[in-house]
Design a protein around this ligand. Structure first.
Ligand code: IPM
Ligand code: MN
Length: 342
């Protein structure tokens, strides 16, 4: 069997509790086909508070040599907003050119949606991961004066948009063959127009895939009024950030939401993480639900080509939620229950 080296950044809070469960699931489901060698990286709030390091260059280089990355959660209320987000999480996404931020949403049997009539919810958001307002372009002048001007520039390149658009069309071919482009092209006329033209042009190569368009404000309404209309949602970095939190809420909370930060050209490792944060309010009590971390491990396997094994995890999680979803269980117990089904 092939050996894979996985960087493990468990991070902070409940990240440390749920990540070992994901690793145990990976080891069991693939025992005959693959061997995973985990390399832990001590990155996150505690490391930063201890020695001021956020993502040292040599550690980034070592991460670059891995086959994939499993990330738990990063964040701590003691640290000023933006430091770890920009310096660690976004730094990894950008340095590893993880241009597809893949975020599936599915309403599982046994989970209560806050919507009265949710219908069949099963869509994937393909969020661009390396451009837009997240680039860090911009600045502030005359700070702290009445004449202050602060800018953030949204950068959208034809190259960057086309590669994520192609990813979305390829993904749609494996699903229900429908793409919804979400933007704000009535106001953001430069980037919006470019996104639409590229979708139209690439779409001609995929005659079986239909595509439509929604402004972001309308998309947030459809997300709660008729989420079953979505199959693949394709959007930029910031709209995708907002829409995926809303998506997590309509499928019963981000506790079941996994994500992949994917470098689809495989030049650098891809990174898989639950959408939820470090949840300092419940950290240390072994009550965090590891389901999203386990589903992230399934995405990691799919990325490495182990589709069947990933499907076994998805099925085990689905059965676990359907039968035991609402029961109070410890993090370890949920792990044991899922493992027992594999
Ligand atoms: C997410 C998070 C991050 C983002 C933050 C923590 C930088 O909200 O993964 O969605 O905005 O992408
Ligand atoms: Mn977010």
């Amino acid at each position: 069997s092939t050996t894979y080296r996985i960087a493990v950044i468990a991070g902070d809070g409940i990240g440390k509790e749920v990540t070992p469960v994901a690793q145990a699931v990976l080891d069991k489901v693939c025992a005959d086909e693959a061997k995973f060698i985990y390399e832990p990286f001590d990155l996150g709030a505690e490391r930063y508070l201890r020695d001021g390091a956020i993502l040292p260059e040599d550690e980034l280089e070592r991460i670059k040599s891995m086959d994939a990355i499993l990330l738990g959660a990063i964040g701590d209320p003691r640290i000023k907003a933006g430091i770890l987000e920009r310096g660690l999480l976004l730094k990894l996404r950008f340095a590893l050119d993880q241009y597809v931020n893949l975020r599936p949403s599915k309403l599982y049997e046994g989970v209560t949606s806050p919507l009265a009539q949710p219908g069949d919810i099963d869509f994937v958001v393909v969020r661009e991961g390396t451009e837009g307002l997240y680039c860090g372009a911009g600045g502030a002048v005359r700070r702290n004066t009445p004449a202050e001007v602060a800018t953030e520039v949204s950068i959208n390149t034809a190259y960057g948009v086309e590669r994520v658009v192609r990813y979305a069309f390829d993904l749609a071919m494996k699903r229900r063959k429908h793409i919804t482009l979400v933007h704000k092209k009535n106001v953001l006329v430069n980037a919006g127009d470019m996104w639409q033209r590229i979708v139209d042009r690439v779409g001609e190569e995929y005659p079986e895939v239909s595509h439509d368009y929604l402004h972001i404000d309308a998309a947030t309404i459809f997300m709660v009024s008729k989420p079953s209309r979505f199959d693949v949602i394709l959007t930029d970095n910031l709209f995708g950030d907002i829409l995926t939190d809303e998506a997590g809420a309509v499928v019963g909370g981000v506790g079941y939401s996994a994500s992949g930060n994917i470098n689809a050209s495989n030049e650098y490792p891809s990174m898989f993480e639950p959408i939820h944060g470090s949840a300092p309010d419940i950290a240390g009590q072994s009550i965090a639900n590891p389901t999203a971390a386990v589903l992230s491990a399934a995405m990691l396997l799919r990325h490495l080509g182990f589709d069947a094994a990933a499907g076994r995890i998805d099925a085990a999680v689905e059965a676990d939620i359907a039968q035991l979803g609402p029961t109070q269980r410890s993090t370890e117990q949920v792990g044991r229950d899922i493992l027992a089904r594999l």
